[in-house]
Design a protein around this ligand. Structure first.
Ligand SMILES: Cc1cc2nc3c(=O)[nH]c(=O)nc-3n(C[C@H](O)[C@H](O)[C@H](O)COP(=O)(O)OP(=O)(O)OC[C@H]3O[C@@H](n4cnc5c(N)ncnc54)[C@H](O)[C@@H]3O)c2cc1C
Length: 403
């Protein structure tokens, strides 16, 4: 039966994040954004205490054992505060933890997933390279097997939490002939620890959005990775990278939905305070139009991520629906943020109001985890019959809807 209501557990989660956010995030976020400061203790500590870092990881692996709708709610609430918080959910909880849950060995789950879900270790996702983003087959990182180890060489770029993560899921070519032919069945996935000799990272300082977050590069210089850190089988790396994106994109979609709501709420408040021509600007029809579109975009985005979360709960493939949710919500968030700045007039062009930060932050999500163009192509290809999803060897486990 179709059920649009949130359960008691969902509402409690929403309430807890709102209370924590109002107390521990909102008063500091503008300064952290201005100072390009990743507030590790306050943000990661708070998220760990709320159980968010392992929200949809089963309790037997140290998580909160909540359903995927809960993951969406958390993403929406976090991005309502600031995009940098939702990015943590996307890479740590979505791209990394859920991938280890589905594809990891029992030993990998015990060693890496448990501390990640408990929030004592932070995890990232390393696919993009200086010369390869949308074109993931164009990565150059290699992993050469030597006895019971793989030796990794390469560079990853635009990696969220690059200077923060303790473990990174790294993608590299294990079959060099297939690399030359761009055959993705030559790619593999590895868990790389920050402490492995030859691993180094740095922060990108020229970024102009998500400034309270951390984004950077990783260098892999003859990094010895034990064979037991291979995730899945050799040659399954590309499939694993795409599987991970199904989870990450879901959090991006829900997060962008939260950003639209933040734009809407800020715009409604401002439209009732600011007067022009003797009336509140909210009474001008063109301002009403912008606010009404924020509402329709918010509601439509929310329904799309809820459908995707419902499919995940049921253990059903959702690549197509999640892509649509991500594409729609992120492009709508760009529209909402642009209009929110417009409604604020010159004040929107200043850091005195949050909408300028929303405007800077929204663009990243249109680019990462599949650009607007990549999702456009995906959706057309599904319709045209050029693309179909085949069953995967490992799937995200179905869960009971939270009560
Ligand atoms: C803030 C931020 C955080 C990020 N975090 C991570 C992370 O944690 N881990 C990670 O691995 N990556 C991360 N990324 C990288 C991100 O996933 C890539 O930037 C994204 O996939 C796009 O790749 P690109 O930047 O190389 O652009 P390109 O692939 O070079 O694309 C450039 C332009 O060409 C268009 N284009 C490319 N191919 C096609 C095509 N076939 N048809 C039509 N148009 C096309 C694109 O849509 C885009 O408009 C992050 C990026 C940002 C901005």
């Amino acid at each position: 039966m179709l059920d649009f209501s949130l359960s008691d557990e969902h509402r409690l989660l929403e309430q807890s994040i709102r209370e924590w956010g109002a107390r521990d995030v909102a008063p500091y976020i503008r300064d952290n954004d201005r100072k390009h400061h990743f507030d590790r203790e306050r943000i990661l500590g708070g998220m760990a205490r709320l159980g968010l870092l392992g929200i949809s990881v089963p309790q037997e692996y140290g998580g909160a054992g909540m359903d995927y709708i809960a993951l969406g709610i958390a993403s929406e609430e976090l991005e309502y505060l600031d995009t940098s918080l939702r990015v943590i959910m996307s890479v740590h909880a979505g791209l990394n933890c859920l991938t280890l849950l589905a594809w990891g060995t029992e030993a990998q789950k015990q060693k890496y997933l448990v501390p990640q879900a408990q929030g004592t270790k932070i995890a990232g996702y390393g696919l993009t390279e200086p010369a390869a983003g949308s074109d993931a087959r164009g990565i150059q990182t290699t992993a050469i097997k030597k006895g019971d180890r793989y030796v990794l060489n390469g560079e990853k770029m635009w990696i969220s939490l690059a200077d923060v993560a303790d473990h990174v899921l790294v993608f590299a070519w294990t079959d060099q002939a297939k690399k030359k032919d761009r055959d993705p069945s030559g790619m593999s996935a590895f868990i790389v620890e920050r402490g492995f000799p030859g691993f180094s990272s740095g922060t990108l300082t020229q970024k102009w959005g998500i400034l309270a977050g951390n984004t950077g590069f990783l260098k892999l210089d003859e990094v010895d990775v034990p064979a037991e850190n291979l995730v899945g089988r050799e040659g399954e790396g590309f499939k694993i990278a795409m599987f991970a994106l199904d989870q990450g994109r879901f959090t991006v979609a829900a997060g962008a939905t939260g950003l639209i709501r933040a734009c809407r709420d800020a715009s409604v408040t401002y439209a009732k305070q600011r007067k022009t021509f003797g009336v509140e600007i909210g009474s001008h029809q063109l301002v009403k139009e912008m606010i009404a579109r924020m509402e329709s975009d918010y509601q439509a985005s929310r329904l799309l991520w809820l459908r995707s979360g419902w499919l995940k709960n049921a253990g059903r493939r959702n690549t197509r629906e999640t892509s649509l949710a991500k594409w729609f919500a992120t492009t709508a968030s760009e529209r909402a943020a642009g209009d929110a700045v417009e409604i604020h007039g010159a004040n929107g062009y200043s850091d005195e109001y949050p909408v300028g930060r929303f405007y800077r932050n929204c663009k990243g999500a249109v680019i990462y985890e599949g650009t607007r163009e990549i999702h456009t192509i995906m959706q057309a290809d599904y319709l045209l019959g050029y693309r179909e999803d085949r069953p995967s060897r490992c799937e995200l486990p179905a869960v009971e809807r939270a009560q």
